[in-house]
Write a protein that binds this ligand. Structure first.
Ligand code: PMV
Length: 347
């Protein structure tokens, strides 16, 4: 189909991994499978407006964040376009205006790459669908996730919800290294509307970019054991999710977070990405759990911020606990209460 110009908007959420992706091969192929909760409130809204152009030699686009032109975002998007050009042959035929807004503060230390790259991938797929209206919904979702992966690995887990698996795993039917899939098995009521409070501990510039971080897993002394462990933890999680075993869930999720950081502490060069306040928060979570029997637990990404995960029934007591004890350890007292979500939406 021939189209001169148009515009499309997608909302796409962030996600938080339970079993972590850390280490990759060529072409954004993960070294191990991962699984994440899709978030709800933490999301990016991206509008792509496109118009046919004269010259087909190069990409033509501008990126705006909160209405401001962002020259600094261009190289990352250029790299993304280069990676996906073979799969979306129309990229050089149009000029694109990319307008993006996040619900969470920029450079808050909350990864905007998952929500941002998935939102952009979805907008581009919508244009692809305008040009090829026969594309099915299943193909659309798969290819969006496939493209998002080429923008930022974890972004491929943001298209759908509420639980997404990315990476080949022998017990998870249809799992693939190329795209994320909706978790295919039964999940116990205990995990319904699971909550995630994100405590902003450090908004500073990232010490290590995630691409450098993944690179540190090459020749890492513990890499093979780590990749095996991720397979094993994902296997265990299948049962845990089915029977609703919150204790076992806590053990897997917290161990995964600490292992991710242990990998960074034991690579060469080595990094400590936690801050004193990260540890204060972890210790307080452990003490609270011991005192109250709460099923609260923590997880971490490649940074100092803490994600506090807990069942919906504990909302009131946990929010009280956060306000009374944890907020003091957050930068400017900042935290975001979010919960499991159901994936991206076309606006
Ligand atoms: O998507 P990337 O390349 O930014 O990698 C992110 C990796 C972690 O957030 C640390 C873990 C994960 O599985 O999301």
């Amino acid at each position: 189909k021939h189209i001169e110009s148009g515009s499309v908007t997608w909302d796409s959420p962030s996600n938080i991994a339970l079993v972590k992706y850390w280490g990759k091969k060529e072409n954004q192929i993960p070294a191990n499978p991962s699984i994440s909760f899709t978030l709800s409130g933490c999301k990016t809204t991206t509008t792509v407006s496109f118009s046919k152009k004269e010259s087909y030699q190069e990409y033509a686009f501008d990126v705006f964040l909160d209405g401001d032109l962002k020259e600094s975002f261009k190289p990352k998007i250029e790299t993304f376009f280069n990676r996906i050009n073979n799969y979306l042959p129309f990229l050089k035929n149009y000029y694109f205006k990319i307008d993006t807004v996040n619900t969470f503060p920029h450079s808050s230390g909350i990864a905007s790459s998952a929500s941002g790259m998935s939102a952009l991938a979805l907008c581009l797929m919508s244009i692809e669908k305008m040009l090829n209206p026969d594309i099915t919904e299943e193909y659309f979702n798969k290819k969006s996730s496939f493209l998002a992966r080429l923008g930022s690995g974890s972004a491929c887990r943001s298209i759908e919800g509420d639980l997404v698996v990315w990476g080949l795993h022998n017990k998870i039917k249809d799992s693939s290294d190329l795209f994320g899939i909706k978790y295919p098995y039964k999940v116990h009521e205990n995990f319904k509307n699971y909550q995630d409070a994100i405590l902003l501990v450090d908004k500073g510039e990232k010490q290590v970019s995630s691409s450098v971080g993944h690179g540190l897993m090459h020749n890492h002394p513990f890499a093979e054991q780590r990749f095996e462990q991720a397979h094993h933890n994902l296997s265990s999680l299948i049962d845990v999710l089915k029977v609703g075993d919150l204790e076992a869930f806590i053990n897997i999720v917290e161990s995964e977070a600490l292992t991710l950081h242990a990998m960074m502490m034991t690579s060469m060069p080595y990094f400590i990405l936690m801050k004193p306040n990260t540890l204060e928060i972890i210790n307080k979570i452990w003490a609270f759990r011991k005192e109250t029997g709460s099923k609260i637990c923590f997880t971490l990404d490649a940074g100092a911020n803490v994600h506090v995960l807990y069942p919906e029934v504990e909302c009131e007591q946990v929010v009280e606990f956060i306000k009374n004890e944890l907020v003091a350890h957050c930068q400017n007292g900042q935290y975001i209460c979010d919960q499991i979500g159901f994936g991206a939406k076309k606006i």
